[in-house]
Design a protein around this ligand. Structure first.
Ligand SMILES: [Zn+2]
Length: 187
């Protein structure tokens, strides 16, 4: 009887270390495979990213983990933005002699409405422009009305413009929801 040796080039899943049977789908994904300690000028942690092969269940598990991590860091960044922006906005309100509670509520309201960042940006642009054109005395004399009108314009832009837009486009347009993210590695 003839003996045969069959060589199978099996791929091992990087995560669960199991061999992926031939014919089954192999997913490729770039992942952090090691954290190295640098030396000399490059001291500190260096993350090493490499393409690895994964079985389908592991790839899906990793995708969920990455999504969660991304959402977590997004949330953290948003909080940092709210805190810094809110603090800045409070100082702006207090500089126009708004009482503390009004300053805190005002900054909180802007953050809640989701217009804190663009309000600060608009204030920065408008005030710098006015400082340049009519001058500092104009800004000092009208600081309250400048700040209030900038906030009003931003709020109108945020809430009235989309309304106007949707009315002019007609009600037949369905809102397109963003589909589920289909990420395949390489983050
Ligand atoms: Zn696996």
């Amino acid at each position: 009887m003839e003996q045969r040796i069959v060589m199978l080039n099996l791929v091992q899943c990087w995560r669960c270390k199991q061999y992926i049977p031939p014919g089954q789908e192999i997913r490729a994904r770039t992942m952090r495979t090691a954290v190295e300690q640098g030396s000399g000028l490059n001291s500190g942690q260096i993350d090493r990213y490499e393409p690895v092969s994964l079985c389908v269940p592991c790839d899906e598990a990793v995708a969920i983990e990455e999504q969660k991590r991304r959402e977590q860091s997004d949330r953290k960044m948003r909080w940092i933005g709210w805190l810094c922006g809110g603090f800045f906005m409070m100082i702006v309100f207090i500089s126009i002699n708004a009482p503390w509670p009004v300053a805190v509520l005002g900054a909180g309201l802007l953050a809640w409405l989701g217009i804190l960042g663009r309000t600060i940006l608009a204030l920065f642009v408008v005030i710098n422009t006015l400082l340049f054109a009519p001058g500092k005395s104009f800004v000092d004399a009208h600081d309250t009305s400048i700040i209030v009108s900038v906030i009003a314009v931003i709020a109108i832009g945020k809430f009235l413009w989309p309304l106007f837009h949707s009315l002019s486009e007609g009600k037949t347009n369905k809102k397109v929801l963003p589909g589920p993210q289909t990420t395949q590695g390489n983050v």
